[in-house]
Design a protein around this ligand. Structure first.
Ligand code: ADP
Ligand code: MG
Length: 240
């Protein structure tokens, strides 16, 4: 579903992604971890070309994202993106927030979009909050609306960039539970997170990045119990 081949990216003079090779198969859950500034956000933002790459090949669901001529609208429609900050429209209810993209991008009619929006809000456990505004929702609930909004586009891939790091501790699990459910249902996911319990349970592989490079890539049990590099060992000590 996602293939990085020798991908390099710079911000000006700053070389932020260095020779990235990574293949993500359909249904895989890849957790990306590493110190702050190591390039994790940049790595996943390249997948829907929120950031362009300068070198290498990046193919997503058979579409060449590295090719400047390709129309990204179609690629992006198939990729759900959930950020640390939920970015909901404050003047719209949960349901209204979930149906904008299906109506605007997928040209779905409003009734159908609303039916889908309700279904997805129920799926993330918010059947009681469908007509609430973001200000009436907790952080965990807002993040679940953001996930429902992504799911309404019926994506093939879901990307998560530290989806729980802005949440109070007691709300982290309700969001991770929704993500666990998606993983069980076979969604292809890349998740930047330091929630190592989540990684151990659902990740098919863990990617450890440092200074723009993939330093380690292994099944979670191997990475957590037996990191191969000093940087990996040091990182794990710092977060556990
Ligand atoms: P992470 O998500 O692992 O913390 P990022 O991908 O956000 O790392 O950042 C990688 C490096 O790129 C950091 O040094 C960061 O300061 C730099 N960076 C991130 N975004 C930009 C940008 N838009 N312009 C210039 N430098 C950036
Ligand atoms: Mg980041």
């Amino acid at each position: 579903m996602i293939s990085f081949k020798n991908v390099n990216k710079w911000y000006g003079d700053l070389h932020v992604l260095k020779n990235i090779d990574l293949e993500v198969a359909e249904g895989e859950v890849v957790v990306v971890c590493g110190p702050s500034g190591s390039g994790k956000s940049t790595l996943i933002r390249c997948i829907n070309r929120l950031e362009p790459i300068q070198e290498g090949e990046l193919v997503v669901d058979s579409m060449a994202v590295h090719d400047k001529k390709i129309n990204m609208t179609k690629v992006r429609a198939d990729i759900g993106f959930v950020f640390q900050s939920f970015n909901l429209y404050p003047h719209m209810t949960a349901l209204q927030n979930t149906i904008i993209a299906p109506v605007k991008v997928r040209k779905m009619n409003k009734d159908e979009a609303e039916r889908l929006g309700r279904e997805m809000l129920v799926r993330v456990g918010l059947e009681e909050r469908i007509d609430h505004y973001p200000a009436q929702l907790s952080g965990g609930q807002q993040q679940r609306v953001a996930i429902a909004r992504g799911l309404c586009m019926q994506p093939k891939i879901m990307l998560f960039d530290e989806p729980t790091s802005a949440l109070d501790p007691e709300m982290i699990n309700e969001v991770l539970d929704v993500m666990r459910g998606l993983a069980r249902e076979g969604m292809t996911m890349m998740v930047v997170t330091h929630e190592m319990g989540f990684a151990r349970e659902v990740a098919s592989r863990v990617v450890f990045m440092d200074e723009g490079q993939i330093i380690e890539m292994a099944p979670p049990d191997d990475f957590f119990t037996n990191p191969q590099t000093d940087r990996g060992k040091f990182f794990l000590k710092s977060i556990l």
